[in-house]
Design a protein around this ligand. Structure first.
Ligand SMILES: *[C@@H]1O[C@H](CO)[C@@H](O)[C@H](O)[C@H]1NC(C)=O
Ligand SMILES: *[C@@H]1O[C@H](CO)[C@@H](O)[C@H](O)[C@H]1NC(C)=O
Length: 270
């Protein structure tokens, strides 16, 4: 009898001590979502604002379990046009995925959401002509979503602070209105293009803090490019095809910076 009591006591103490040591982890979240009930319009256009009569805005913040975060990310995209999520927690133990529906969202930002996979929920030949901003900084994405080339309305693509190893500009040729391409703090070893790519409005390109050893700008047509970050690619020596006349708005490169510039080449392009 005494030993049974002891056993029960031991089990009870064990349970309460593990509960104390491992409370269910909570993650901070803060999100804005705009729903628009009128979904008869199709493609996004510059200057679009959700009409107050048919839209409403939701803002919530707090601390939730992983299951609660997953539920927040599974909001109904059928009538949503904007979803901006951010977290200030360490997300190492948060493992999420997200599927983008076609021709619904105009802006999507998932910042520090523990994202490990991003997918487009449309296949075949369908394009998306609504998504103008796709921002997924501070996650653990090692691949671009397949079908990225179908996002024809993109203005801003932000994959900074992820785990990408390569990026092919060819995949954005159907998004000629792109203004910002942000890929800093990945593991990029290549940033290539094999066809002429024309981005008449691109003004910001950030490739800094990657692992580029070579870079070839021969096929890039980016006459409005003004902010170009490529620092902290420690083995980068030259940029093939780069001339001042082709990129007249870019100020130049820091000769004492964190690249391994060939100084002869550098003088010829400054
Ligand atoms: C979330 O948790 C943090 C730290 O545990 C706390 O400082 C913060 O006030 C909480 N935020 C909300 C909105 O409850
Ligand atoms: C540096 O660049 C110049 C001019 O582009 C080239 O002739 C030279 O071979 C390069 N030096 C090295 C070490 O690659």
């Amino acid at each position: 009898m005494a030993s049974l009591w002891f056993l029960l006591l031991a089990i009870c103490c064990y349970i309460s001590s593990t509960e104390a040591k491992n409370p269910v982890a909570k993650f901070h979240y803060d999100y804005n979502r705009i729903q628009e009930t009128d979904q008869t319009w199709n493609c996004w256009k510059e200057g679009y604002r959700p009409p107050p009569a048919t839209s409403n805005k939701i803002h919530e913040s707090g601390n939730g379990t992983a299951a609660e975060i997953e539920r927040i990310l599974r909001f109904d995209q059928a009538n949503a046009v904007l979803f901006l999520f951010t977290s200030n927690s360490d997300n190492t133990n948060l493992h999420t995925t997200f599927q983008i529906a076609r021709n619904k969202l105009v802006r999507l930002s998932l910042d520090n959401a523990g994202l490990e996979r991003l997918e487009l929920a449309f296949t075949g030949r369908d394009n998306d002509c609504r998504l103008a901003e796709l921002s997924v900084p501070r996650n653990r994405l090692s691949d671009l979503p397949s079908g990225l080339e179908r996002l024809t309305a993109l203005r801003k693509l932000d994959f900074s602070y992820n785990l990408l190893e390569d990026f092919n500009l060819d995949r954005l040729v159907r998004a000629p209105g792109l203004k910002q391409l942000l890929l800093a703090h990945n593991r990029l070893e290549s940033f290539g293009s094999s066809v002429q790519t024309s981005f008449a409005s691109l003004h910001k390109l950030d490739l800094s803090n990657n692992r580029l050893r070579t870079l070839d700008a021969t096929y890039w047509s980016m006459p409005q490019l003004e902010t170009f970050h490529v620092d902290n690619n420690r083995h980068l020596t030259t940029i093939v095809g780069w001339t001042r006349t082709r990129f007249p708005l870019v100020k130049g490169f820091d000769p004492a910076g964190t690249n391994n510039w060939n100084q002869t080449w550098l003088k010829s392009v400054q």
